[in-house]
Design a protein. Structure first.
Length: 641
């Protein structure tokens, strides 16, 4: 039989003891109801990485963090592996889709790699998958500015959007809930999508969506910052032709606090319209942003921005070994909310008697979840009394000071609805309904150290850790799942949470499985590892041109850009060269040994092919980038009619 733990936690923070902890009271008011949570979202962007690591990331981002929605950006620009969805106008008839003119390859790769397996996992949990489509037109970015034939012809813009939506439905069985006219609209330095332009696009797109039988609505306005969003909303607040096609109000929070004071105005307007509100993600978001968006903005959707990539900006950092990943610094804080607050939950009022303890409360199926945030400076522990909790069993878990989350066991709340909790300094503590029966453990970490080997090294350390809601004793069991022919791996202590493995003598892919048991449940995680012989080549990423992206004579310049990562961290050098160009042209590469290189003296129409090379001193890898240059009279570029 599994024991039921009644928890006691003693934590010393600096020199402060719990006898000196400040006292606070948080009172739940279930009759004061706010927004309904409809989903948590993220944005997939990294096209590379192994399928095995991608699968593990998706398992965690859906099954553990609890995301349910994808905010997907339309492929854009001119890159070595593909071009934007509608690179040039398909034809001059906005009511006829010329399918061969559209760039389906980059779309298919992203959808198959990230979106479809994400959807499968969400639906396997019995939850609703959500999809929002957005496009960007950055004047100085890799997308390039919006083409004149799109900007000046709302019917062509409607064709651009609906062709993509139809393709997703026909080719992949996906129907988007929402689509955005232009991400960061209203930033005049970045794009020309002012409110009058966006309104015209909505009026052209909405009827086309309905005529095609698509259920997709417009996500409006999703401007650069909340104050600009409010300016857009005010400008069209009485234009029913616009609002007939809008399904959600959305914003970003770029530009700092001074540009984002209007969230409550957006909230009140959307509430009066009966429209949900979403924050699609902004650089630099954190737990404070999430709290403010939930309480000031009444958001029903909230995004963590990136799902996973080689940098620290997403929920997961995919390591260059291509076999492992780590969670971002914000992951465990977000999990304290997202994992426990599921779609359909309603935020209810939770009043704290001190600003130092911020509280969130939610109710779903007559079950209450409370999140206590104690991260306000000066940091100190708090003895918190929760009032008006429905009587039942509750689980407790917390995040403290940058460490992974930890479970605290089960507490019973009696008829008085009161629960006393010690909340450490710099922590987020969640009180969640404990369902009947024993819950499975949660894997927190599983890894190999080092994360790859180079012969003759042949020994690694394997380790795993987990948390159990009932604080049951956990056991661990390691096994070798696969190894290259000729290898003979031995796990030194297979029944230990941490052990060594030897005998990784043959180059290739190795796989280990750890089984974690609480006496009732068993969960498994796989640890992957590559053994190499010799130095590994760099990995190229994002080779494209810009400034401008679409080159039309007499424009005579553009800029080619590339990047690379190196597994061993070797210093990289770069080189650009001209592989081919139209007869009579003599382009100049102004900085051919930089990762970005200005190309000048473009004089002839046709395809210019550039090679980008990256060297780590041992290996050289390369890709070609084709930059088409068009004559000034090319009417297909402008979409003239």
């Amino acid at each position: 039989m599994m024991r039921r733990a009644i928890w006691m936690v003693i934590l010393v923070v600096g020199a402060t003891s719990w006898s000196q902890a400040a006292e606070s009271t948080v009172t739940i008011h279930p009759d004061l109801r706010h927004q309904t949570i409809l989903g948590w979202s993220g944005m997939p962007w990294y096209p590379k990485g192994s399928a095995e690591v991608r699968d593990q990331v998706l398992d965690e981002v859906v099954g553990d963090l609890g995301l349910t929605r994808i905010h997907w950006t339309v492929p854009s620009g001119n890159r070595s592996d593909g071009r934007g969805w509608e690179w040039i106008n398909d034809d001059v008839d906005p009511l006829r889709i010329n399918w061969p003119a559209f760039s389906t390859g980059p779309v298919d790769r992203s959808i198959v790699a990230w979106v479809l397996p994400f959807k499968q996992r969400v639906e396997a949990r019995g939850e609703r998958f959500g999809l929002a489509i957005t496009q960007t037109f950055h004047n100085a970015g890799s997308t390039g500015p919006v083409p004149a034939w799109l900007l000046e012809n709302p019917a062509e813009f409607a064709e651009y959007v609906t062709s993509l939506l139809l393709y997703l439905k026909q080719a992949h069985g996906l129907e988007a809930d929402d689509c955005v006219i232009c991400k960061d609209a209203g930033d005049s330095q970045d794009n020309p999508f002012e409110v009058a332009v966006v309104a015209k696009m909505i009026k052209a797109l909405g009827p086309r969506l309905r005529a095609l039988g698509l259920s997709t609505k417009v996500l409006f306005p999703e401007c650069h910052d909340a104050n600009t969003c409010w300016k857009f909303i005010k400008a069209v607040r009485d234009d029913e032709e616009v609002w007939r096609s809008v399904g959600m109000v959305g914003y970003h929070l770029y530009g700092g606090p001074a540009l984002n004071t209007d969230r409550p105005k957006i909230r009140d307007f959307a509430r009066a319209k009966g429209l949900p509100i979403g924050h699609a993600g902004s650089d630099g978001v954190n737990l404070d942003t999430l709290y403010d968006d939930l309480t000031l903005g009444d958001v029903s959707y909230w995004s963590i921005v990136g799902l996973a990539g080689p940098g620290p900006g997403g929920a997961f950092h995919i390591h260059l070994d291509n076999t492992s990943f780590s969670r971002s610094g914000q992951y465990w804080q977000y999990r304290q909310v997202m994992h426990y607050v599921r779609p359909g939950a309603v935020r209810i009022e939770a009043l704290s008697d001190t600003p130092a303890v911020r509280a969130l409360a939610f109710t779903q199926k007559e079950r209450t979840t409370v999140v206590l945030i104690n991260t306000t400076l000066p940091l100190q522990p708090r003895a918190v009394t929760l009032r008006n909790l429905p009587p039942r069993e509750y689980g407790m878990c917390r995040w403290v000071g940058g460490r992974p989350y930890e479970e605290l066991g089960v507490k019973v709340v009696g008829a008085d609805g009161t629960l006393s909790i010690d909340v450490p300094a710099d922590s987020v503590l969640t009180v969640y309904p404990h369902l009947t029966g024993n819950l499975p453990p949660t894997a927190v970490e599983w890894k190999a150290e080092p994360s790859f080997l180079k012969t003759p090294a042949s020994r690694i350390k394997l380790s795993a850790s987990a948390q159990d809601p009932e604080l049951d004793r956990l056991t661990y069991s390691w096994s070798v799942t696969s190894q290259p022919p000729g290898a003979s791996v031995t796990i030194i202590e297979p029944k230990s949470a941490s052990t060594e493995a030897t005998g990784l003598t043959v180059p290739g892919r190795y796989s280990f499985t750890v089984a974690i048991r609480d006496g009732v449940h068993e969960i498994k995680r796989d640890v992957l590892l590559n053994v190499y012989s010799g130095n590994q080549p760099p990995v190229l990423i994002d080779i494209h041109n810009r400034l401008p992206v679409l080159v039309t004579l007499p424009q005579s310049t553009t800029e080619v850009r590339g990047g690379a990562f190196d597994l061993e961290g070797d210093k990289l050098t770069y080189r650009w060269s001209v592989m081919s160009q139209p007869a009579g042209s003599a382009v100049v590469l102004e900085t051919p040994t930089d990762s970005k290189c200005r190309v000048s003296n473009i004089s002839k129409a046709g395809d210019y092919v550039f090679k980008f090379e990256a060297s780590d001193g041992t290996n050289i890898v390369s890709e070609n980038l084709t930059v088409p240059v068009y004559p000034a009279s090319a009417t297909a570029i402008r979409g003239q009619q």
